[in-house]
Design a protein around this ligand. Sequence first.
Ligand code: CA2
Length: 150
Amino acid sequence: MAQTIFVLNGPNLNMLGAREPEKYGRATLADVEKMCRDAAKRFGLDVVFRQSNIEGELVTWIQEARTSKASGIVINPAAYTHTSVAILDALTLTELPVIEIHITNVHQREAFRHHSYVSKVAKAVLAGFGVAGYALAIAGLAGIIGAKEN
Ligand code: CA2
């Protein structure tokens, strides 16, 4: 049976492609979902791809990743990266491998974006590759969970 990974996206990422293309690029979230599905398919992985503007909904989905026996999580927590102990706690409790991804290089931006709660639990962090980082994150997670490229 194929392994499943969750790709979770935090607040405002539904605006991708519609605002600030100089910062976030022109791809929409639907384009990112397709990229993720294509990247995962190379490794024989199924994808649950979701976005929410609500912190608690992201916490519930992180818990669902564990109860549904997913193999790992790729997450762009967006602004909750810098504020959410609840998301950190949920990710810690899943005991699943977590890859944190940011479209922009958060370390070149405002000081409040330099700290990430999620990095405390993430196996790896990607930032600054644009939306291509999602495919890189999936390839990295595939290696961690032992999914072979087909
Ligand atoms: O670089 C990233 O991926 C971020 O996670 C994006 C967050 C930001 O708060 C983090 O510090 C870094 C913001 C997501 C907002 O997404 C938009 C997309 C298109 C247009 C406007 C906002």
